[in-house]
Design a protein around this ligand. Sequence first.
Ligand SMILES: C[S@@+](CC[C@H](N)C(=O)[O-])C[C@H]1O[C@@H](n2cnc3c(N)ncnc32)[C@H](O)[C@@H]1O
Length: 288
Amino acid sequence: MVMLTARRYFAAEGIEIDPEAECVFFSNLKMRNGTFKLTRPSRFAAVEERIAPIIREKADRIRDVLDIGASSGLTTIELADFLQAAGAAPRVIGTDLFVKAHLVEVASGLHVLADEEGWPLQYEIAGRPLRAWVRRLDYFTLAFVPLLLGRSALRGRLRRRIGEGRSLPVRMECRALAGRKIRLVENDILVPTAEFAGRFDLVRAANILNLGYFPGERIRAAIANIASYCCGPGSLLLVVRSQGAQHHGTFFELLEGGTFAVRARIGKGSEIEPFILEHEPVCAGDRP
Ligand SMILES: C[S@@+](CC[C@H](N)C(=O)[O-])C[C@H]1O[C@@H](n2cnc3c(N)ncnc32)[C@H](O)[C@@H]1O
């Protein structure tokens, strides 16, 4: 499938975008921390089937839901619909480190989608889209040279133009979010957020807390933040990583003492399950 240009994707409403093409568009955006916006429609159907009995059992207590690393929000919508079908009617917030972006015209025939820091996410050259990241094959074909040179030559200019207001601000969210009550907000799971403390009955972290993305100490920091965002004993946490059509994840419940217990496993279980089971709550007296 031909990738959409960012200009076309973010063009005025009214242009119909094929959902598959929308997914391909977001999935090809690589963020400056090395993560991708990769997402797919209906990817968690099998996971949802596995956890549905527990969700149904607790449906009336699931009032606030947090979906971490929500990308364009597509699977956040699906999560909200699944919960509703299981008898819950929660408020849902999706978070992502990168939601805001900018379309910048750098020169005639050269447009760039960049993040707020001027990190290129997609080039459009003479109307054709070009990914801004280097893949392994590029090191053999030498295609990495123009990509790396282009990034370092353009980044300062992009940042300046964005700072001067010479860009079109856009939000990297799927079109289906329009008209839904789901909020997609910028937030870093590695930074404690007071506004989220003690708020959520269900937290999902799908394809974000991967050991391939973050080293162990960052995973521990994220888990401590997630635990503090849970509203108390009985809160649920779903951590899952997808490998093609396969999912490996663990569904946890927060216990009275502030530790997590396994309620269900999907596939081989989450690779970070040991980190979550080791998590110890921080008592007020222990804080520096
Ligand atoms: C692979 S996508 C997962 C999308 C969706 N959850 C799914 O599974 O289809 C990972 C997302 O995590 C976001 N992300 C990366 N680092 C993050 C961080 N520190 N805090 C919150 N989100 C982050 C990326 O921007 C990206 O949209």
